[in-house]
Design a protein around this ligand. Sequence first.
Ligand SMILES: [Zn+2]
Length: 337
Amino acid sequence: MAKYSSKPAAHVVENQSPPPLQPQPQPQSLPPLRFAPSFDTRQPGDIILQASDAAAVACYFRLSLLANISTFFAELPPPGPSDLYDGIAILRLHSTSSMGLLLFLSLVRSTTTLEAYAFDDPHAPPAIGIQSILDAAGLARNYAAPLVFRLLVSGLDGLRETEPALEFAIWTIGGSEKHTKEAAERTIKIKYDLTKVDPDIVKAVKAYAPASWMQMQDLHLRGANAMRRWWDWAPEEAPTEVGDTACPTCAPEERDRISKGLVELFAECDSVEAVMAVYGGDLGSDCKSCETARTRAYYPRVQWLCDFATKYDLKGDELGNYVADSWVIWDNGMNDS
Ligand SMILES: [Zn+2]
């Protein structure tokens, strides 16, 4: 309180007129940078990387290490006079958050150590959050550092379960079709509710790969409606021709049973897994040859259902393709006997 009482009442009056200007010495030194604690020591061969958000964190980092994992840094032209800070090249990274930059550099640095870099639970602060992971992925994309996507995914660890769409996001930002497909199909396998995905993930995927997000939604929509589609055509499509694969002894009774079986065998099925389980089990024919005939007869429809419900990159009229395929199988079967 002494602080306030020591001020004379006249001070208030004094403030009504502008205070006299004191000549300020012009700083000859550079504007100070805010270096991140683990990247604040300058080593030979370092450059400075600076984030572009409000925190604008700066980091010393070895250029040769970045050049090893990124064509952007490998082809970085020599710095001009305006790219220098205290005699060292400084690169201000556009649309890069400080946390994203720190994570990115920590991952790159981990390639020189035995220990993999692992994240903590992002839902428990002050751990690295989902946004930082997405930012680091964006950084890896913008600065052509594909290895960082793999490092990000391997760092996810338990987070794969907590937020399965995150792995999908990393791979689709990275542009890997193969890994994107696998990660997307995994969300179906574990029955992930896509409507519960973290909004930051949706935003990032839409920004970097809008088509992937639509495809992911399409997959989940198909997964949710697959059984309805199955029952739409299963009864009426029970085809008479599939019965022709029955052996001469059992036909025509078996022919009839196969057709009916498509409905009856799968009558209790309310999920793709249930259909697969029935199909993988005893199809109910006493005759070995006709049991095989049933397997062949139901194959196209079961395979279609499975693909429709679980394939990320389903294209065209898959049922049509499988029916056509089954005719090939059927023809071969007939030729063998
Ligand atoms: Zn038979």
